[in-house]
Structures are given as structure tokens and as C-alpha cells.
Design a protein around this ligand. Structure first.
Ligand SMILES: NC(=O)c1ccc[n+]([C@@H]2O[C@H](COP(=O)([O-])OP(=O)(O)OC[C@H]3O[C@@H](n4cnc5c(N)ncnc54)[C@H](OP(=O)(O)O)[C@@H]3O)[C@@H](O)[C@H]2O)c1
Length: 324
């Protein structure tokens, strides 16, 4: 089978596709034939080591000082190829999706994952591509909007950067929570933003739309506290999805300022969070946007597209259907 590997921190050319034996599932393990996997902003950051200001040292201490010691690929959708001894919840042929998470390892033809790990049956309503795209932005948007910003019906929410993986999920989930959603996006993505549920759409290059907003989701951290503060209503919450070290420390030490709140951090990727997102999908509240789909052989090209931070929705690579 083919597996992807990072050889150094650097550009997409540091990715190698190598041959490896198909693993054998041990007791309690499931062997998944991967059909599709997303290439996310997280993958780009792991590969390049390029993270928001002040976080570089911390990231390198966590994933490797000289080169990324994580395997490429954060999530997957596919089907069960074989199961180890003692498996009761999954059977060969079953469609599944899940996370390899921080340690990675989804950018390969087959992977092994524990039955009790972050793997779930893939709903019939999702293709392999949509299953691959499902968790990355969705988990982030759900946690920040529902648990952290606690969006309420009737509130006005601005999603700045509304059509990528996180923004596309945030618009849908904010709408589901009963908010009126304003979105900023490049003109080419305005129709998509409206389709996802935004009632007002503008180009972020023209500046943010007029406030007040109860919640602002600043996907790329371009507004920051200074830019967002004048747009926030009394009691408003700024969600900085991309935050540098100073903003993270600031929001931890002084989350409430002038009757408003700044929220930063990272989202959980555990089974309860995954199950909640599946529930939101089943209620009709969230379906991931599948943007470009490329063959696994073009993984480096997929990284080139993802690292522009202008992709519509989620970028997915599909594994070779004839290689098994
Ligand atoms: N805190 C967390 O736990 C967490 C979790 C996931 C991701 N993230 C971070 O969130 C960010 C977005 O991830 P993603 O997967 O959604 O990326 P993505 O799919 O590449 O989407 C990026 C979005 O940002 C917009 N954008 C680009 N430049 C902008 C600018 N100058 N002003 C306003 N909007 C701009 C793009 O709009 P157009 O395409 O219309 O130009 C697009 O909608 C990344 O920095 C990622 O590392 C954080």
C-alpha cells in the first residue's frame, strides 16, 4: 500500500509517498481501507511548521524539533477491510469514518485503529468524500459556537471567512442555532456563503460589515480584538479561531473586557464531540462542503491548494480504488 510521510518541515515537496506492507489488525483493532481523507489547515501547519506567531516553539516541542514526527493525515472515511480478535462493533465491508487525530496517519491506503477509538459508522447520507470532510471544521464550529460562545436564537453572528472548512460549518451551525448570519468571503464564494445560510454576504477586502454583532467568528484572526471590539454588542463574544500566543494568553488571563468576551483555544476531537456532530448532521443542521477532490497521488498538489487558505469548503484526496 501507499503511505505518505513528511521528510522535513517545509513546502509540499517534503511529502513522500512510499510503499509499505498492509498492516494486520491485532486484537481489538479494525483495519480500514481508506477511501478518502481531507487535506486540512492542520495538515498544512504540521507539514510546514508555520503556525500563528509565538506558537512555533511549542508546536515543535510537541511534534518534532527538526522534522514533523507525526504522520500525514488527520481524518478518514473508508470501509472495514478486516477486524482483529474480539471485535463486535464493526464488520468487514462496513462503511466507517473517523480521526487519526494529532498523531496523524490517515494519508495511506490502509490504517489500523482500535475499535474503541475515534471511529464511527458512516451515515448513508454521506459519501466517502463528505465523510472525509466531515469532522475537521465541523467539530471546531460546533464546540466554539455551542459550548463556548453559546449562540442563542435571534442573535446576529458574523462569520469572517465563511466558506472554508471551519467557516462553512460555522455558518450552518449558527443558522441552526437560530442566529441571523452575516458572512465575509471572496466574491467567488458569495453564492456558497448564501447557500450555507448567510443572509448578508460581503467581501472581507472591503472591511467588515457594520455591527453590532452578538458573536463574531474570526476564522483567520484577521480582525483580532482591535478590529472586532467596535463591532461587538454589549455582552458580545469574539471567537478567534486562529489566534497567536499573545491573543491566547490575553483571552486566558482577561477573557472579559468592557462587558464583552474573547474566546480562543483548540477544540476537542473525542467520541462524544464526534457523535454530537453526527447528530447535528442527522437533524439537517450540518453537511460538510466538499470542494476540490484530487487523487491521493496528487497529495503534494492538494497541500499547495490548502496552504493558500482560500479553498472553498474542504479539500479531499481519494485513494486508488483499484490498488487493493
Ligand atoms: N482553534 C482551533 O481549534 C482550530 C481548528 C481548526 C482550524 N483552525 C485554524 O482556522 C483557520 C481556518 O481553517 P480552515 O480549515 O477553515 O481553512 P480554509 O478552509 O483554508 O478556509 C480559510 C477561510 O479564510 C478565509 N480568508 C482567507 N484570508 C482571509 C482574510 N484575509 N480575511 C478574512 N478571511 C480570509 C477564506 O476565504 P476565501 O476563500 O473566500 O478567500 C476561507 O473562507 C486556520 O488558521 C486553522 O489553522 C483552528
Amino acid at each position: 500500500m501507499k503511505i505518505a510521510r513528511y521528510t522535513a518541515y517545509g513546502g509540499p515537496e517534503t511529502i513522500r509517498l512510499e510503499e509499505a506492507p498492509v498492516p494486520v489488525p491485532g486484537p481489538g483493532d479494525v483495519l480500514v481501507r481508506v477511501r478518502a481523507a481531507p487535506v486540512t489547515a492542520g495538515d498544512v501547519r504540521m507539514r510546514s511548521g508555520l503556525v500563528p506567531r509565538g506558537l512555533g516553539l511549542m508546536v515543535r516541542l510537541a511534534i518534532g524539533v527538526l522534522r514533523p514526527r507525526v504522520a500525514p493525515g488527520w481524518a478518514f472515511a473508508g470501509e472495514v477491510a478486516a477486524v482483529g480478535a474480539g471485535i463486535t462493533r464493526f464488520a468487514p465491508g462496513q462503511r466507517v469514518f473517523g480521526l487519526t487525530g494529532f498523531k496523524g496517519g490517515a494519508h495511506r491506503d490502509y490504517l489500523v485503529i482500535g475499535e474503541d477509538g475515534p471511529i464511527l459508522p458512516l451515515p448513508d447520507t454521506l459519501t466517502f468524500e463528505a465523510g472525509a470532510a466531515f469532522f475537521f471544521g465541523g467539530l471546531t464550529a460546533a464546540e466554539f459556537l455551542i459550548d463556548r460562545a453559546k449562540v442563542r436564537p435571534g442573535e446576529r453572528v458574523l462569520v469572517a471567512g465563511a466558506t472554508g472548512a471551519v467557516g462553512g460549518a460555522a455558518v450552518q451551525i449558527a443558522r441552526h442555532l437560530g442566529a441571523r448570519v452575516a458572512a465575509t468571503a471572496s466574491p467567488a464564494n458569495h453564492a456558497l456563503a448564501r447557500r450555507l445560510g448567510a443572509s448578508e454576504v460581503s467581501d472581507y477586502r472591503d472591511g467588515p460589515p457594520a455591527g453590532p454583532f452578538e458573536v463574531i467568528v474570526d476564522v483567520m484572526g484577521q480582525l483580532g480584538w482591535q478590529g472586532a471590539r467596535p463591532l461587538l454588542a454589549e455582552g458580545g463574544r469574539l471567537v478567534l479561531i486562529t489566534a497567536d500566543l499573545a491573543a491566547m494568553l490575553g483571552s486566558a488571563l482577561r477573557p472579559r473586557r468592557d462587558g464583552r468576551q474573547m474566546i480562543t483555544g483548540t477544540n476537542k476531537d473525542d467520541l462524544p464531540s464526534m457523535l454530537r456532530l453526527v447528530g447535528l448532521h442527522q437533524e439537517g443542521a450540518y453537511t460538510p462542503v466538499v470542494g476540490q477532490v484530487l487523487p491521493f497521488a496528487d497529495l503534494a498538489e492538494a497541500h499547495r491548494i490548502a496552504e493558500t487558505f482560500h479553498k472553498p469548503g474542504n479539500l479531499v484526496v481519494v485513494m486508488d480504488q483499484t490498488s487493493a
